[in-house]
Design a binder for this molecule. Structure first.
Ligand SMILES: [Fe+2]
Length: 408
């Protein structure tokens, strides 16, 4: 299909879908001081502050996908704060009067165009002793990672592959993917990405013995709540992060994948993040871009080949199947989201609450799973409105092997 016919189709598509996609510009609910605030107040999809001009939206959408343009339309009384973080990055935060001061109505990282050091670095485990390093550059560079166990001294190196993708008019940067190792467990490694980079990152490998601590968060997004969630997570001293779907909320706007990469880089370059896809990763547009998960598959390579899978959308884990009845030997399901999604809190539940559903609450936050030893693990859930040390919910999980009735 020619670019011109893509454009015509796109305009028609947006006559129907544009308003739906773009009207969610009011990104977050008001801050909740306590959980006694009625959940209904978090519903934000009908905010009167949305910009609803369809033609303006189409124009901005095209502008947005043809360059690294970020926009946000909302009419509220308030003020902005521009924090110059360093020579290359600044953080713009806009604050509404109806929110508490610490609540950010809209957040965006701004990058000095002359030099973008934020390469959207993220790392993920590959088997027990290897790590995949992924990063993005504007220009072609050799996909090489140099690394070692002391800062500034990179005695090892590995090379990998480079790829890119197109999405309508958007052309991604060069996505580099290098697997390094074997690595020692529970060890800090220092590394640089690319042949000429001097920007050093570091990460710690997971321990080879228990205990191990996982941070778990879904629906992460890139709102003010995301910033709060990331701050809580980074204070938790976790070994590995699990993200079960809905990462950037790019929702067809490809530069949002780049801004998301910049936002999470301090954490994703520092600890392995293992992710899976959610519905917000699909980004399929019938006739115009038929392939689903294009950006996700290009940017977030998980160890599917190493686990015998043919698709990046699936990598292995094992579990006991639960057959729709309470069973002490069945798995425990923990449904977690609301890390910072721009749609607001998911506050719809089946009523009445069925007995096997033991706890449910809509708040932004994250979970932690600490596997203490071979028989016991502790799940805790942490709201953003609390200090990270406060657990809003917790449960001890025991290994089925210590219950003779559950022997398989
Ligand atoms: Fe979700």
């Amino acid at each position: 299909m020619t670019t011109r016919s893509k454009f015509v189709l796109l305009v028609f598509a947006f006559m129907f879908a544009g308003n739906l996609v773009l009207s969610h510009s009011y990104e977050r609910p008001p801050a909740r001081k306590t959980v006694s605030v009625p959940l209904a107040e978090d519903a934000d999809s009908t905010s009167p502050q949305q910009v609803q001009f369809l033609l303006l939206q189409i124009f901005l959408w095209i502008l947005y996908n043809t360059g690294d343009v970020w926009y946000h339309g909302e009419a509220s009384f308030g003020h902005g704060q521009l924090a110059l973080m360093n020579a290359t990055q600044a953080l713009w935060a806009w604050h509404r009067n109806q929110d508490d001061e610490e609540v950010v109505g809209h957040l965006v990282w701004l990058t000095n165009l002359s030099f973008d050091p934020a390469c959207k670095v993220h790392i993920s485990m590959v088997g027990p002793d290897k790590m995949r390093i992924s990063w993005i550059t504007e220009d072609d560079v050799t996909p090489i990672v140099k690394y070692g166990t002391s800062s500034g001294n990179y005695e090892s190196s590995a090379t990998g592959t480079t790829s890119s993708y197109s999405y309508l008019w958007y052309e991604s940067g060069k996505i580099h993917d290098v697997v390094i190792g074997p690595l020692n467990p529970d060890t800090t490694y220092y590394y640089v990405c690319g042949p000429d980079s001097t920007q050093e990152f570091s990460f710690k490998t997971t321990p080879s013995q228990l205990p191990i601590k996982f941070a778990i968060v879904g629906d992460l997004g890139q709102t003010g709540w995301t910033k709060s969630t990331l701050e809580h997570i980074s204070a938790s001293n976790y070994d590995m992060l699990l993200l079960p779907g809905d990462l950037s909320y790019a929702d067809f706007f490809q530069p949002r994948w780049d801004s998301f990469g910049r936002l999470v880089e301090p954490l994703t370059s520092y600890r392995p993040w293992m992710v899976t896809q959610g519905n917000h990763e699909i980004e399929r547009m019938p006739l115009v871009h038929d392939e689903p998960f294009t950006a996700y598959n290009a940017r977030w390579h998980m160890p599917f080949k190493e686990s015998g899978s043919e698709s990046n959308l699936y990598y292995s884990f094992e579990g006991r199947v639960y057959k729709n009845q309470k069973n002490n030997c069945g798995p425990i399901y923990i449904t977690i989201g609301d890390g910072g999604n721009r749609e607001g809190l998911a506050d719809k539940y089946d009523e009445p609450q069925i007995p096997i559903s033991v706890f449910r609450e809509a708040s932004f936050g994250h979970g932690q799973l600490q596997v203490m030893n071979a028989t016991h693990a502790l799940w805790t859930w942490h709201r953003n409105q609390d200090d990270v040390a406060v657990a809003a919910d917790s449960v001890w999980l025991t290994n089925l092997s210590i219950d003779p009735a559950c022997k398989v």
